[in-house]
Structure formats: structure tokens, C-alpha cells
Design a protein. Structure first.
Length: 303
């Protein structure tokens, strides 16, 4: 659980006078709505690639206004969140680095951290202490401003991956912001983060995309989809996720992901060999190990 308590309702001054968000989709938009719900932010300014998306975010009350020029918005910002696909982050870091104020703290919502930390190191230079990487473990297959929810982060994990250059003040500000969104804060190194999430997030997405594409490209694809039921739905739900975002994630974490693919292929090869030998004992033993591990994990999620 987080060490940071949620801000009580009342007339106390807001903790973040101005928050600037690059990428006002599900992650960035929900961050803004959560801070507004906690009465923790005075003004939210949004930047994005499409003016129509920013207008939608403003109409929905996610942002208070759209930013025009980062040079005019960052000097007095308390917090900046970069919530774009990770492939866009190096350019954004380079764009904003000259303009952040001395008290501004920058964070991100990217699903990979080693590459993001390297991009920040290249862009921010002696201001690197003002960038604190983070990853909210929350999301949905839907994207865009309209998918944003003020409760998206309630009870969900946010992994912060501090850099050696970060001071307590910068780290605490980022932790505090995510805690105000209702999240539980955890710390890993960037390398630990990418190794873990290659296995429990990036590989499952890759598998879901691969299975759905395999079926979709068959001549009689519709026959398969007509008879697909709850098991297929649950396994492949994440294949409805944002293709650009997951392209960037897979490429950014490709070394760890390649290792996980090899480990998974080894498991498949063992099962394939057991099927070829009609070895039911091996199949049952493998399924039992997986069942017990899944049940133990599921029980922890309920508590």
C-alpha cells in the first residue's frame, strides 16, 4: 500500500497548481480526472497530436484548456505527465527539456522503463533529477479521451523506477500525485521493471495478437469466430488494445521479450512432444502446476 494518504475534501490549497499532460488519452485523461476528483489540481493543460482530440478532452472536462506552445506552459508547471506511446517520448523529452521550470517535475506513464530512462538522460542533461519514470499498471482495451475514468487507478499498482539523480522531493511529488489518484505505489529499478513486465504483460499481449491474427487470416475465419466463447474472449481481450502503443512497447523491450518468447516456446515444445507421444501424465502434471500457481495468484488478487 502507498505511504501517502489521499487528499481530504475541503478548502485547502491544491497540491498541484498546474499540471501539463502530453497525450490526453486513457492514461493521461484518467490521471487528470483523478486529480480533479481529489481536488488536488488547479489547472490541467493538455497537449496532443490531434486538435479534435484535445477539443473532446476539454468538452469532457478532462483538461481546462489545450496548450499551444510548450515554451509558454512549462515554466510554471508543478507536474508534467508524458502519457504518449513510448516511441514518441524521446521527441517530446527533447522538445520540453529547455522549457521546464526549476520546480517542475516530469514523469511518464510508459510501459517500458529502460528505454524511457535512456531517452530522458539524453534529453534532460543536468536537469535529469527533475524526471522520475513511472508506470501505472492500469488500462483497458479502449483508448482515447472518451475512455478516461476518474477511478481507473483506484487500488491499482503504480511502479516508480527512480533514477540515481532523483532527489527525495522529486520522487515524493510523483508518488504523491499517483497516490492521490488512488494508486498503490511500488518501486523497481528500470531493469527489474522491464524484465518483469516482459513476462507478465508484454508476452501475453503478443500471444493474444498472434492468435487472433492467425484465425482472422484463415479462409474460413468467420466460422471460428462464430463459435468462439468465453475462453477465447477472456484470453484475447487484450488483442483489442492500441496497436501503435503495443508496437512501441514490444520494440522498446525487445531483448527481454525475445527471452520470454524463447522460454514460452520451450514450454510449447514440451507440450507438443507430450501430445505426439500421447503422454497424458506429462500434460496433467503440467496443467496441475499451472492451475495451482494461477489459483494462488488469483486468491491474492481477491484479498
Amino acid at each position: 500500500m502507498s505511504d501517502f494518504a489521499a487528499l481530504p475534501a475541503g478548502d485547502d490549497p491544491v497540491e498541484f497548481g498546474k499540471v501539463v499532460i502530453f497525450g490526453v488519452g486513457l492514461i493521461g485523461g484518467s490521471f487528470a480526472l483523478a486529480l480533479k476528483s481529489a481536488r488536488a489540481v488547479g489547472e490541467v493543460v493538455g497537449f496532443g497530436r490531434r486538435p479534435a482530440s484535445l477539443r473532446e478532452a476539454q468538452d469532457l472536462g478532462i483538461i481546462d484548456r489545450a496548450g499551444i506552445n510548450p515554451a509558454h506552459e512549462l515554466e510554471d508547471a508543478d507536474l508534467v505527465l508524458v502519457a504518449t506511446p513510448v516511441g514518441q517520448m524521446p521527441d517530446i523529452f527533447a522538445q520540453i527539456a529547455p522549457y521546464i521550470g526549476p520546480q517542475t517535475v516530469v514523469t511518464d506513464g510508459g510501459s517500458t522503463k529502460t528505454d524511457v530512462a535512456a531517452a530522458a538522460r539524453a534529453a534532460f542533461g543536468d536537469r535529469l533529477c527533475q524526471f522520475v519514470p513511472a508506470h501505472p499498471i492500469a488500462g483497458a482495451e479502449n483508448s482515447g479521451a472518451a475512455a478516461s475514468r476518474s477511478d481507473l487507478y483506484q487500488g491499482r499498482k503504480v511502479v516508480v523506477t527512480p533514477l540515481p539523480e532523483n532527489g527525495d522531493e522529486q520522487l515524493d511529488r510523483v508518488k504523491r500525485a499517483w497516490s492521490l489518484c488512488g494508486a498503490d505505489i511500488h518501486e523497481l529499478t528500470p531493469e527489474q521493471h522491464d524484465r518483469v513486465f516482459a513476462a507478465v504483460s508484454h508476452l501475453p499481449h503478443l500471444l493474444a495478437f498472434a492468435l487472433v491474427r492467425d484465425l482472422a487470416e484463415r479462409p474460413d475465419a468467420q466460422l471460428f469466430f462464430d463459435f468462439a466463447a468465453s475462453g477465447f474472449r477472456d484470453f484475447t481481450r487484450i488483442a483489442a488494445s492500441h496497436p501503435e502503443m503495443w508496437r512501441d512497447i514490444c520494440l522498446a523491450n525487445r531483448e527481454a521479450l525475445l527471452g520470454e518468447i524463447e522460454a514460452y516456446q520451450a514450454q510449447l515444445n514440451d507440450l507438443k512432444a507430450a501430445l505426439a507421444r500421447n503422454n497424458g501424465d506429462y500434460l496433467q502434471q503440467s496443467f496441475s502446476v499451472a492451475r495451482e500457481a494461477r489459483r494462488a495468484w488469483g486468491d491474492k488478487q481477491i484479498r
